[in-house]
Design a binder for this molecule. Structure first.
Ligand code: UDP
Ligand code: MG
Length: 325
């Protein structure tokens, strides 16, 4: 098994034909300057445009370029996971294709890694060119998540980070289906540090994370790392039972000791609607967890590769071992 690669850069791509040329150019420039063997591992997440063809074009003339081609769109987090399964480097960097995460930061990350850190996060000190809504919801999400979970997930970091081979191996042994990679990296532990950077605007094209995907992603984050939403039912149950008991006592007293008994049809309806609403929300939360349990029991593979035959020999042996566990 070839293990002569020092650095692996994982780049998930989904309909990114407008940016891949520039991404490839800038990454190559940075990596050539470092001067050690590297591989650019592109993971095509079922793009419907010419992204895969373009990358195959790079691979023809440059043996550092490798392509994992998914049979359909499996999602960003799964694409990163596939990249980790096939990564051969001693250090692995995960990077978005749209150049919002500047490749020029890689040497700085490597420096930290050489100092002995096994995970180097890139924390966004500023986010350029993203809507107020996106920045606001992202910030709310990171804060809710850290309030709900015991795992210490660093605030305002994306998936742009460098991980040591040891961390990658540990990550590969986790085969859960609804993956929240940045949470899992914190979960596996190891020594970590952060570097700050300004998140640039997308180089070209538009975001591949519409609101629907963002909601799903945040639900994955919360449900994979916290049971607290499930406890909501218990807390609310207690509060509502106590409040209705008080109401009951008051209305009984009114009936027994005064003449103005409550006629209240509308208050009855209001209570009913409120309670039904609460019950439905809680059922929904239960459903989120049950659905995820269902996903786990089906035990389907995380992704299917179109070019399985071609990349079979790329998969490192230790990963095959841990996947089979
Ligand atoms: N991406 C992917 N599969 C998807 C959605 C996105 O592989 O289903 C990739 C995309 O090509 C990009 C990265 O994930 O390289 C981050 O996506 P994007 O920049 O659209 O997200 P944003 O930065 O807007 O949150
Ligand atoms: Mg982006």
């Amino acid at each position: 098994m070839k293990r002569n690669v020092r650095y692996t850069i994982i780049i998930p791509v989904y309909n990114e034909e407008a940016v891949v040329h520039e991404t490839y150019r800038r990454l190559t420039r940075v990596m050539e300057a470092i001067g050690e063997p590297y591989e650019l591992l592109f993971v095509n997440d079922g793009s419907r445009d010419r992204t895969a063809e373009i990358i195959e074009g790079f691979a023809e003339s440059d043996e550092c370029v490798k392509l994992l081609d998914f049979s359909r769109n499996f999602g960003h987090q799964i694409a990163i996971t596939a990249g980790m399964d096939f990564a051969c480097g001693d250090a692995i960097v995960i990077l978005d294709a749209d150049l919002q995460d500047p490749p020029e930061l890689i040497p700085q990350m490597i420096e930290k890694w050489q100092e002995g850190y096994e995970v180097v996060y890139a924390r966004r000190s500023k986010r350029k060119g993203e809507t107020l809504f996106k920045r606001w919801t992202a910030s709310l999400f990171y804060r809710t998540l850290s309030a709900l979970t015991e795992v210490n997930i660093p605030l305002d970091t994306g998936d742009f980070r460098l991980i040591d081979r040891k961390v990658c191996k540990a990550m590969c042994s986790i085969r859960e289906k609804n993956r929240f990679v940045r949470g899992l990296v914190s979960w596996v532990g190891f020594r970590s540090t952060a570097i700050e950077y300004v998140r640039e605007e997308r180089f070209a094209g538009e975001t591949k994370y519409p609101l629907k995907k963002m909601i799903r992603f945040s639900m994955d984050g919360i449900t994979s790392f916290s049971y607290k939403p499930l406890k909501l039912a218990t807390y609310l149950g207690f509060i509502i039972s106590f409040a209705s008991f008080v109401c009951l006592v008051i209305s009984l007293c009114l009936k027994l000791f005064t003449t103005n008994a409550v006629a209240g049809w509308s208050s009855l309806i209001a209570c009913l609607l409120l309670l039904n609403g609460v019950i439905l929300i809680i059922l929904g939360i239960l459903g989120e967890y049950v659905g995820r349990i269902y996903d786990e029991t089906k035990n389907r593979p995380l992704y299917i590769l179109r070019n399985e035959q071609k990349v079979k020999n790329l998969r490192s042996e230790e990963v095959i071992w841990s996947v089979q566990q």
